[in-house]
Design a protein around this ligand. Structure first.
Ligand SMILES: O=C(O)CCC(=O)C(=O)O
Ligand SMILES: [Fe+2]
Length: 200
C-alpha cells in the first residue's frame, strides 16, 4: 500500500487486497439485485455514460430537473443499506464517528467517462468524500476548486481508495477514460466506483 497526495487529494494505492475487493464486489452485486443500475439523464437531457445505483438512506439522482439526493430508487423502492465491508473502508480511511448516508455506485463500461465536476449536492462540505475503485483502471483527473486551470491525472486501479476532504473537498475532478480489459475482477469487465458521502 502506498500513499500519494495530489493537490490535497489523498490517493491510497492498493488499499484493498484482492480478497477484500471481491468481498466488496459481492456486496455491490447484492445491492444491485435490490436496486438495479439505471442510466440517469443530465439536466441538459443527455443520458450519462455511467450507469448508477446507490445504497444508504439517500441515493444520488439526476434528470432534467437537476442533480439531487433522493430517498427512493427511480422504481420506487428504498435504497438498500450500505454494506458493512464498504462502511469498514470509510471507518479505516477517515477514522470518523460520523458515517456516510449515501454510497453512490457508478458502473463504467469501456466507453464511459465522467466530466469534470464538484461534489456539491451535500448539505455540508465538512465531511470527506471517499471513493473506491474496482475493476478496470481509470484515468482520474484532478483540477482546482474553481472550474478550469491546470489539472493533474492519476490512473486509479482496482483496490485504490481516494479521499477528497478538507481543502480538496470541493476540488473539480472527473474520469477521462477507462482502460478496457485491465482487470479481471469483474467477470463482464468495466469499472465500479463507489463514493461514500455524508448527505445531511
Ligand atoms: O469514478 C470515479 O472515480 C469518480 C466518481 C465521481 O466523481 C462521482 O461519482 O462523483
Ligand atoms: Fe465526483
Amino acid at each position: 500500500m502506498t500513499h500519494l497526495r495530489i493537490r490535497e487529494v489523498d490517493v491510497h494505492k492498493e488499499f484493498l487486497d484482492p480478497a477484500a475487493q471481491g468481498q466488496v464486489v459481492d456486496a455491490v452485486r447484492k445491492v444491485a439485485e435490490q436496486a438495479p443500475f439505471f442510466q440517469p439523464d443530465t439536466p441538459y437531457g443527455k443520458p450519462m455514460s455511467v450507469r448508477m445505483t446507490a445504497a444508504g438512506r439517500f441515493g444520488w439522482f439526476s434528470d432534467r430537473c437537476g442533480y439531487r439526493y433522493v430517498e427512493q430508487h427511480p422504481q420506487g423502492m428504498a435504497w438498500p443499506a450500505i454494506p458493512d465491508p464498504v462502511l469498514a473502508i470509510w471507518d479505516a480511511v477517515t477514522g470518523l464517528e460520523r458515517r456516510p448516508e449515501c454510497c453512490l455506485i457508478n458502473y463504467y463500461g469501456s466507453d464511459a467517462k465522467m466530466g469534470m465536476h464538484q461534489d456539491r449536492d451535500e448539505a455540508s462540505f465538512d465531511w470527506p468524500v471517499v471513493s473506491v475503485s474496482l475493476g478496470d483502471d481509470a484515468l482520474f483527473r484532478i483540477g482546482n476548486t474553481t472550474r478550469g486551470g491546470k489539472t493533474e491525472s492519476v490512473w486509479l486501479q482496482s483496490g485504490d481508495v481516494v479521499v477528497m476532504g478538507g481543502a480538496a473537498r470541493l476540488i473539480y475532478h472527473g474520469v477521462d477514460r477507462v482502460r478496457d480489459g485491465s482487470s479481471t475482477l469483474l467477470p463482464k469487465g468495466g469499472r465500479i466506483n463507489l463514493t461514500l458521502r455524508v448527505v445531511e
